[in-house]
Design a protein around this ligand. Structure first.
Ligand code: THU
Length: 150
């Protein structure tokens, strides 16, 4: 685990991603938990796409902010992500849940390291961890001999 040292992710991009996630969190739909989460992903082409958690009266159908961001990006045609921000003001440093880790794994790309940026709150440095430390030895496209892309 490290605080802000990752090569291709410059400080300005991290700030933009944090801002996008925090701004999105204001639109979270959380009538049951009251725990808003904003997320943003950085695509290989440099776009930042945000998501929020969206709860459901049938609790188990709730979708996390991270997954909404990833799926929005995928629906726009993006297949490789470089970074993801998780922002939960009520629990600074929140990490993606197991289900979201698996979905992120699908689009982590080959060779490059997906960075996971944990929002520690306004004025605090975010924590940056390499995705592979959160889901080591993951099952993914590689296991099905699929390179990803389509
Ligand atoms: N949640 C997320 O959106 N992302 C996380 O990383 C942790 C949990 C949501 C799911 C649910 O709406 C609320 O937070 C409480 O679990």
């Amino acid at each position: 685990m490290t605080n802000r040292d990752e090569g291709s992710l410059d400080a300005a991009t991290i700030e933009r991603m944090l801002h996008a996630a925090r701004d999105a969190a204001t639109r979270a739909y959380v009538p049951y938990s009251g725990f808003p989460v904003g997320a943003s992903v950085l695509t290989a082409s440099g776009e930042i796409i945000a998501g929020v958690n969206i709860e459901n009266a049938s609790y188990g159908l709730t979708v996390c902010g991270e997954r909404v961001a990833v799926l929005r990006a995928a629906a726009e045609g993006h297949r490789e992500l470089r970074a993801v921000v998780v922002s939960a003001a009520k629990a600074p440093g929140t990490t993606p849940c197991g289900a979201c880790r698996q979905v992120l794994n699908e689009f982590k790309g080959q060779g490059s390291d997906l960075q996971v940026i944990l929002d520690n709150g306004e004025g605090a440095e975010p924590t940056i961890v390499a995705f592979d430390t959160l889901l080591p030895r993951a099952f993914g496209p590689h296991d099905l001999k699929v390179s990803g892309g389509d």
